[in-house]
Design a protein around this ligand. Structure first.
Ligand code: AQP
Length: 325
């Protein structure tokens, strides 16, 4: 089993895309010492932000992740800013990264239209993402398809650093789930479901069953008589089938064959989504009653994480010329 790491930025609300793209692949295979799950609060500072909201969401995300199966007995579970080695390594890696490399990142291009207000951290956070995985010498990074460019950057930086200064870092590889690597927005099936998207398009893990059912029943579908899996030409329908398949463990095309019409399919998707998220919601409300235990779990996680992270930073500092070899 390989060491795996995945993180979640506490902006907006966690949704089913986050769950199938990154949460489930990690919590499904937690191996003591080899699974690292973190709330990426530093990444929430790259756009306009409300400090109180970041604080509140950091706790909320930690609680949702625990409710979704993150197990502190089998994983290292932490908040990124509690482990200062993330920012320390970030700077060392910036000194091994080209400006042109980060400027090319699609997410930077998409979010940087108003250049006077764009924060420098929006440009450089992919390097912090590289630090997040290289710090723990992770071999695998379970993420959704939208993160491919960032994982490739982390690989490039690790290889370049190792070649220039000596073999410090493990070069991580991306792992995507077989289905649901990219769940789409239900109201705009050509855009990915995202944390800041409209309520109409997102299935949030903490939404009530009624809200989830309403959102699914109103999902945009494509004209055409039969229920068939055709992502190219019928993206709305394919997205519903993908969600159903991710919830039930079947293949989207095989699931399609079970339905004569959209209404039946949507009812089945709503039932499956509610069955998947119900246990998470219930556990979340239990855990929310005891925020001190969540804080204690995070403190312990940071202590554990720093043992690994401190060694990597020391090795990187030695290699790059800051500590005696
Ligand atoms: N739609 C998706 N399908 C599959 N996987 C997804 N992931 C995100 N969206 C999908 C995966 O979830 C992990 C956490 O990603 P994130 O914290 O960047 O969340 P986000 O929803 O992708 O947030 P946005 O849209 O980037 O930010 P906002 O909406 O706040 O601007 C990652 O592994 C990601 O691949």
């Amino acid at each position: 089993m390989s060491r795996r790491i995945t993180g979640f930025t506490p902006s907006g609300e966690l949704h089913l895309g986050n769950y199938f793209g990154a949460i489930e692949p990690l919590v499904g295979q937690q191996i003591p010492g080899d699974s690292i799950i973190f709330v990426a609060d530093l990444h929430a500072l790259t756009l306009d932000h409300d400090p109180a909201a970041v604080r509140r969401r950091t706790m909320e995300f930690a609680t949702v992740l625990l409710a979704a199966g993150a197990d502190p007995a089998r994983s290292i579970f932490l908040v990124q800013s509690h482990v200062p080695e993330h920012t320390e390594l970030h700077y060392l890696l910036e000194s091994a990264t080209g400006y042109g490399e980060v400027r090319r990142m699609i997410q930077f291009k998409e979010k940087s239209h108003d250049s006077d207000r764009v924060r420098v951290s929006l440009l450089t956070y992919p390097v912090l993402m590289a630090a997040d995985s290289l710090l723990y010498r992770a071999e695998e990074v379970p993420v959704g398809e939208d993160q491919r460019q960032h994982v490739e950057l982390a690989r490039d930086i690790a290889e370049r650093f190792n070649t220039a200064y000596g073999p410090v870092f493990t070069v991580p590889r991306m792992v995507t789930p077989p289905v649901a690597a990219r769940i789409m927005d239900l109201s705009r099936p050509t855009a990915k479901m995202s944390k800041s998207a409209s309520e109409a398009g997102s299935l949030r893990l903490l939404d009530s069953p009624d809200t989830l059912r309403r959102t699914v029943m109103r999902a945009v579908t494509d004209p055409g008589p039969a229920v068939e899996y055709d992502p190219e030409n019928r993206p709305g329908l394919a997205n519903l089938l993908t969600i159903l398949a991710a919830c039930t463990g079947e293949e989207p095309a095989a699931a399609a064959a079970r339905f004569g019409g959209y209404a039946d399919l949507k009812r089945a998707v709503a039932d499956a989504v509610i069955a998947t998220t119900d246990p998470i919601r219930q556990r979340y409300s239990e855990l929310s009653e005891d925020p001190d235990s969540v804080r204690k779990i995070l403190q312990d996680g940071a202590i554990h994480a720093r043992l690994i992270a401190g060694e990597t930073v020391a090795a990187a500092k030695r290699a790059i010329g800051l500590l005696a070899g």
